[in-house]
Design a protein around this ligand. Structure first.
Ligand code: MN9
Length: 297
């Protein structure tokens, strides 16, 4: 069955998780961010992914975040990242996603223990079965340490339980091979600084962290690419990449929260072991990022 691009095509924000001064999830600020992003034109959200500090949250906190987002964006397309090396937790999160009527579940490959591909495959199959939602494989070899080529990807993409891949790698050849072999599966580009490259090689959309505060730029890129206007799209990607360079220099997630704070949100800081930004770093964000972002209405 062909992809429902109306539902799954486009830009998805990998939501950041706000913490209050007691290190608790700040529901009010999360709701505000979801609305800000909907106003910028995103199709939906990737909930509790790497950007949402999934691995620094308890299972109950992850469930709570899923609930908040569903409550304030019932019409958006929602993807719940349920991945955990603790499979019982991942299973529980998958069932919760189903209860809340999420559209897809997604998981990073089980990490740390150097699991064999067979073990990884069975983890994904069990999670997809248990959640009763289609699974989006989260491919992020730089973080998970798990490398997969077209052969391994095919084990998922040829199976009805799998919707596609969130593809966070700069190996666009493998991405294109997956899309060509399985045109009816969804591929999301994962590195925002290469969004245009991913879309030009066949990605159906993009999921990313920098969209939290500049989804509007990427919605434009997506729309321009839909109309074949690659030169105009390139100009916006270049603009965005100037800002992403600053984020990478200072720590991506810590900086993204600081950007939101300077825009008038109260997102707090990332959980430890993440460190805090220095005053100089905050100043760099103020000068080199804030003037080029959209303001909250
Ligand atoms: O998957 C994000 N990846 C990580 C998406 O956070 C590891 C990206 O949105 C990056 O944060 C972004 C900056 O490198 O492209």
């Amino acid at each position: 069955m062909a992809i429902d691009t109306k539902k799954f095509g486009g830009i998805f924000t990998a939501l950041l998780t706000p913490f209050d001064s007691n290190n608790k999830i700040n529901a009010k600020e999360l709701e505000k961010l979801v609305k800000f992003n909907l106003d910028m034109g995103v199709k939906g959200f990737y909930v509790c992914g790497s950007t949402g500090e999934a691995f620094l949250l308890s299972t109950d906190e992850r469930k709570y975040v899923m609930e908040i987002v569903k409550d304030c964006a019932p019409e958006a397309t929602l993807i719940a990242h349920i991945g955990s090396v603790n499979e019982a937790d991942a299973t529980e999160l998958g069932k919760h996603a189903k209860r809340l009527s999420y559209d897809l579940v997604s998981s990073v490959a089980p990490y740390y223990y150097n699991f064999s591909f067979n073990e990884i495959k069975n983890y994904y199959y069990r999670l997809a079965d248990a959640s009763e939602l289609q699974m989006l494989v989260y491919h992020i070899p730089a973080f998970s340490g798990v490398k997969m080529g077209i052969k391994e990807m095919s084990e998922f993409l040829s199976d009805d339980r799998f919707a596609g891949i969130k593809y966070t790698s700069n190996d666009f050849f493998t991405m294109e091979q997956c899309k060509t072999a399985f045109p009816d599966k969804i591929i999301y580009n994962g590195y925002d600084e290469m969004c245009l490259a991913g879309l030009s090689m066949g990605a159906d959309g993009a999921i990313g962290s920098t969209y939290n505060f500049m989804a509007d730029k990427f919605v434009k890129i997506y729309n321009l690419m839909q109309n074949g206007e690659i030169e105009a799209a390139k100009a916006i990607q270049k603009e965005a990449n100037k800002l992403i360079t600053v984020l990478i220099k200072n720590g991506v997630m810590q900086s993204e929260k600081e950007v939101l704070n300077q825009l008038g949100f109260d997102f707090g800081i990332c959980r430890k072991p993440f460190g805090e930004l220095t005053e100089e770093q905050k100043d760099m964000i103020k000068k080199e990022i804030i003037p080029y972002t959209s303001k909250i209405n």
